[in-house]
Design a binder for this molecule. Structure first.
Ligand code: ZN
Length: 153
């Protein structure tokens, strides 16, 4: 059992540094932690209301559909389409390498998520394009869910 693996040293192997190193990262809260834990484990989680069936993201304490407390965490397939997108050419800070694509992903379970599209030329992005989640490790705690064009088959 390697329960000690949680306490990693601060310096990471050079290979884990990528071009987005240094970007500001999310800080999980008690409410959002199941989502971030899932990303680290390679699973995309969102909330589903057991009372009205609503798919909910970003994490909420009560269901925005029926105001009930029946939200539970479930796993997404990670597949969806581009609902909307924009190409960023002027970075909010030098830590962001431009150009990059910001997407609103529409997941097949009927919920939306703001993310990045990677492995795709910005000129090739289009609305309704099939995409799938990829998980990119940014730190010991944070793995970001991003999307790439879906691979057929
Ligand atoms: Zn509900």
């Amino acid at each position: 059992m390697s329960g000690a693996s949680k306490t990693r040293p601060r310096s990471e192997p050079a290979g884990e540094r990528n071009r987005s190193a240094g970007i500001p990262l999310p800080r999980p809260t008690a409410l959002s932690r199941p989502h971030w834990d899932g990303c680290r484990e390679g699973v995309l989680r969102f909330q589903r209301c057991r009372d009205c069936g609503a798919a909910v993201f970003i994490p909420q304490p009560v269901c925005p559909g029926c105001f009930g407390d029946g939200l539970r965490w479930v796993e997404s397939s990670g597949r969806g389409t581009v609902y909307s997108y924009t190409v960023v050419h002027r970075p909010p800070s030098p830590a962001f390498a431009v150009p990059y694509v910001v997407v609103i992903a529409e997941l097949e379970e009927g919920w939306h998520m703001l993310s990045n599209l990677v492995a795709c030329d910005p000129a090739d992005v289009s609305v309704d394009m099939p995409i799938e989640v990829v998980f990119e490790r940014e730190s010991a705690e944070i793995t970001l869910p991003r999307f790439r064009p879906a691979r057929s088959g």
